[in-house]
Design a binder for this molecule. Structure first.
Ligand SMILES: NC(=O)c1ccc[n+]([C@@H]2O[C@H](COP(=O)([O-])OP(=O)(O)OC[C@H]3O[C@@H](n4cnc5c(N)ncnc54)[C@H](O)[C@@H]3O)[C@@H](O)[C@H]2O)c1
Length: 373
């Protein structure tokens, strides 16, 4: 396999997740490229030290500019708080490196558009992280949506629910403050996951009405005091989109306060003839609606039908680390021009489109209006 040198800026939750996906690359059977983690940059020494367990990662630095100057780095993955996206992404591009960005691709719409302009001007290969569409069931939902058997689409629901913010004792962090997470709050945190498949299918909202809710206004600051938390925690976006010439309701749901939910990503597409429904809450199970004299919801347990073949047996079930690895396979194979008809990572245009939706949602909620996009 051709080796691609990867540098990671921001070695926190997602930086380490990506590094571990590279470390078990031998699982993949039909890729011609292999990421090799050669460098990491993080401000925190303890975070940096974790990367010492990866032999290929020979540059470990607190200064990301040093990583950008490393000729062994071809691709840079950046996983830092949202207020730093624009500066770091643009620095990566200016250094002549390809970029695998994290969502929400800037702290707001204006920032996302500036990153888009820098990406276009640089000519570098840029994609944005969004892993759920690589799940077998998500692929099946997209096949159903494009397969012509749904009849007239009646409605679409796509969302992502967490419950962790219900815990009032959970310390404040950058994701709960507008200055670092963005005024968009939960939209920036979870919105790409809800929007990606509808956008890829061409189902961009035409207009929307948003209901946004805040969570606990203060949380422990980790130093014995309390810190203000001002981001939106829950968002319901009631949208209209157009599918095959019909106006169709599309509901996008993003919640950090959804009782009982732990990383539940879900999508439902209902048509007059057929429909599909999936949630990671039942990770193997795809529900398919069949119309007829009697109506049925059929369920099937899916196996390991990932876009890129692996050594994992077909009856086994995939999980979060598998989607992350598949997403990287798609990024690197597309970068080589070898993606074929497989699903590609979120594009720059799709990332900017999510921010257009989030900006419209803020306006809609703020003014209590239906906002056209
Ligand atoms: N795709 C997904 O499923 C998913 C899940 C969680 C988070 N994210 C995204 O990933 C990004 C990071 O989130 P996270 O949860 O990993 O955050 P995190 O807080 O766990 O990690 C961020 C890291 O960035 C480091 N950092 C901050 N400023 C830096 C700088 N100037 N130079 C180098 N390092 C710096 C911090 O020290 C920290 O270790 C965000 O954009 C977030 O939205 C994506």
């Amino acid at each position: 396999m051709k080796k691609i040198g990867v540098g990671i800026i921001g070695g926190g939750l997602m930086g380490r997740e990506m590094a571990s996906a590279f470390a078990r690359w031998c699982a993949l059977m039909d890729v011609e490229v292999q990421p090799e983690l050669v460098a990491v940059a993080d401000l925190v020494e303890d975070v940096r030290n974790w990367f010492r367990r990866i032999p290929s990662c020979t540059q470990i630095t607190g200064n990301y500019q040093e990583l950008l100057a490393n000729p062994a780095v071809d691709v840079v993955y950046v996983a830092v708080p949202h207020h730093l996206h624009e500066k770091l992404y643009c620095d990566v591009l200016a250094a002549g490196k390809d970029l695998f960005a994290e969502k929400p691709f800037g702290i707001d719409l204006a920032s996302a558009r500036r990153i888009e302009a820098a990406a276009k001007a640089s000519g570098r290969f840029v994609r944005c992280s969004s892993e759920f569409p690589f799940l077998p069931a998500a692929q099946r939902v997209m096949q159903a949506a494009t397969g012509g058997k749904l009849g007239r689409v009646l409605e679409v629901v796509s969302g992502f629910h967490h419950s962790s913010d219900l815990d009032a004792t959970k310390p404040a962090n950058w994701k709960r403050k507008s200055a670092t997470c963005g005024e968009i709050g939960v939209l920036g945190d979870l919105g790409m996951h809800a929007c990606h498949i509808p956008l890829r299918l061409g189902w961009k909202p035409r207009r929307l009405f948003a209901q946004l809710q805040k969570g606990h206004p203060q949380r422990p600051d980790g130093k014995g005091g309390m810190a203000d938390c001002d981001t939106w925690d829950n968002a319901l976006l009631h949208c209209w989109t157009e599918i095959a010439g019909h106006e169709v309701p599309l509901r996008l749901e993003m919640k950090r306060m959804a009782p009982g939910e732990t990383n539940s990503w879900f999508i439902e597409v209902l048509g007059t003839e057929s429909g599909v429904r999936y949630s990671t809450k039942e990770p193997k199970t795809l529900w398919v609606f069949e119309n007829g004299k009697e109506q049925f919801w059929k369920k099937t347990d899916l196996g390991f039908g990932m876009p890129f073949k692996t050594v994992t047996g077909g009856i086994f079930e995939p999980g979060f680390p598998d989607m992350i690895q598949q997403m990287w396979a798609a990024y690197l194979m597309e970068r080589e021009g070898l993606l074929g008809d497989r699903f590609g990572c979120a594009t720059v245009e799709e990332a900017v489109a999510t921010q257009e939706i989030f900006a419209a949602a803020l306006e809609s909620h703020g003014q209590g209006i239906v906002k056209a996009l």
